[in-house]
Design a protein around this ligand. Structure first.
Ligand code: FAD
Length: 437
């Protein structure tokens, strides 16, 4: 394919094999067919517009890319595709403490925005575990969740307005810069979670929240997963709203340190930021031990060690389902049965406060084909989510890997409508084709 059109835009780009290889994959393990044709590195909105105009004219498929940390294949790029690397648009354009908003370019790293807000006594609340790597543009395009979202909401709840470049190069402004406002259809909401298939986000107006005075962190060990899940439901019933409620099952604790087994078979880590002193006494019901600390780093250590520890066991397939939180224990128990039936290790972490589970399947050694048993176990986990009244993705998105499951979850009428919506924004289907729908 000729890339003369890309050269004519004046936007920096590369077709060096090393550069192409570095932008071909995301963090899902999914391998696209072939290698992308080029990577473009725009430095301004006008340059994004130039690339999308040229792409429309030449019908060249474009894959928008932030940091490439997606876990679904959404950011992978194969034969003939041009990667639009947005990491260079990384300025915080405005931060208005009195209004509680920030305006940022898409390549800003999530944690950098939070740090900038903290300097003003504010916080950018959505905190995916990848926050030191991932970009705001990628977070918006995947509607990323995080540990704090049980209390402060997911990325959607922080996005007030967007500037988006459409295929063809037009600039669309959606939403507003006020905390309230209801004029017109919610196009901002449509772009949030659209996985780069409708337009390229070039700026975002985001809501900031006050930084709480102090956090209290509690680690409670339980004899079994049912007691731990029941404790997280008891918090809700006591009208306590933790910032985060992280559940680690026995297999995860074993992966971190087999010695932890002596403390209990399930660990619940809870953090409150509104002085809810009664959380510890609610959690004590049925617990083996409860520790309270105002040093969150110490008690969150086990949670942070979970993924690196599981990665030492083999290649992790990080799944992502959500169920009504009253059915959390049933979900974790059934995942244990799936693990035993297919003889594949599965370690389960959950953002228990919002019923979001990450069953992590240890799928053989790195570099070997994914065992059929691991794929069957994954399918059964998605079946389970739907059977429990849940969803096949709580926060990571559909990407390539869950397209067949999206059809199962939403049904043919909704899916057809979504394809027609995509065609309104991207009639030639050049934006991240084969992803999300
Ligand atoms: C260790 C680890 C922990 C993680 N933890 C979490 C977690 O707690 N919660 C969670 O939700 N996810 C998590 N993820 C998944 C991932 O980090 C998120 O999906 C994140 O939002 C992706 O951001 P990114 O900048 O890497 O986007 P990318 O992977 O580059 O892109 C993701 C999608 O967004 C599109 N896109 C990127 N930028 C733009 C743009 N400017 N305009 C339009 N489309 C765009 C891409 O085409 C792609 O479809 C984790 C991943 C890892 C590796």
């Amino acid at each position: 394919m000729t890339l003369e059109w890309l050269a004519r835009t004046g936007v920096p780009w590369s077709a060096e094999p090393g550069v192409l290889a570095s932008r071909r994959l995301d963090r899902s393990g999914w391998e696209p067919a072939g290698t992308p044709a080029a990577v473009a590195f725009p430095r301004s909105v006008a340059e994004v517009q130039a690339v999308l105009k040229g792409a429309q004219e030449t019908r060249t498929p474009i894959v928008p890319r932030g940091a490439g940390t997606a876990l679904t294949g959404a950011t992978t790029a194969g034969t003939g595709e041009v990667v639009l690397d947005l990491a260079g648009l990384n300025r915080i354009l405005d931060l208005r403490p009195a209004d509680g908003v920030a305006v940022v370019e898409p390549g800003v790293i999530t944690a950098d925005l939070d740090r900038a807000a903290i300097a003003h006594g504010l916080r950018y609340a959505p905190d995916p575990a990848s926050l030191e790597l991932s970009t705001i543009g990628g977070n918006i395009a995947t509607n990323a969740g995080g540990l704090r979202c049980a209390k402060y909401g997911v990325t959607r709840d922080a996005v007030l307005g967007l500037e988006v470049v459409l295929p063809g190069g037009e600039l669309l402004r959606t939403g507003r810069s006020t905390l309230k406002g209801v004029a017109g259809y919610d196009l901002t909401g449509l772009f949030v979670g659209s996985e780069g298939t409708l337009g390229v986000i070039v700026s975002a107006t985001l809501r900031l929240r006050p930084l709480p005075a102090a956090d209290t962190t509690i680690a409670a060990y339980y004899p079994d997963i049912e007691s731990a899940a029941a404790a997280s439901v008891a918090l809700a019933e006591a009208r306590i709203q933790p910032v985060l409620t992280e559940l680690l099952d026995q297999a995860t604790l074993d992966a971190i340190d087999p010695g932890l087994r002596s403390s209990g078979s399930a660990l619940l880590i809870v953090q409150t930021d509104d002085g809810s002193a009664e959380a510890a006494s609610v959690l004590a019901e049925g617990a083996v031990s409860v520790q309270v600390s105002d040093d969150p780093d110490r008690l969150l250590y086990a949670r942070r060690q979970a993924l690196p520890s599981i990665e030492r066991l083999g290649r992790p397939l990080i799944e992502d389902i959500a169920v009504p939180r009253s059915r959390l224990a049933e979900a974790v128990r059934s995942i244990g049965e799936i693990s035993a039936r297919h003889d594949v290790p599965i370690c389960t972490l959950a953002h228990a406060g919002d019923g979001n589970l990450h069953p992590i399947i240890v799928a053989g050694a790195y570099g070997t084909p994914i065992p059929a048993a691991a794929s069957r176990a994954a399918d059964e986990i998605f079946e389970l989510a739907l059977a429990l009244g849940g969803t096949v993705t709580g926060e990571h998105g559909i990407g390539v890997l869950k397209r067949q499951w999206l059809a199962r979850e939403v049904g043919p009428f909704s899916l057809d409508l979504q394809h027609r919506l995509k065609a309104v924004f991207d009639p030639q289907g050049i934006l991240n084709p084969g992803k999300a729908l």
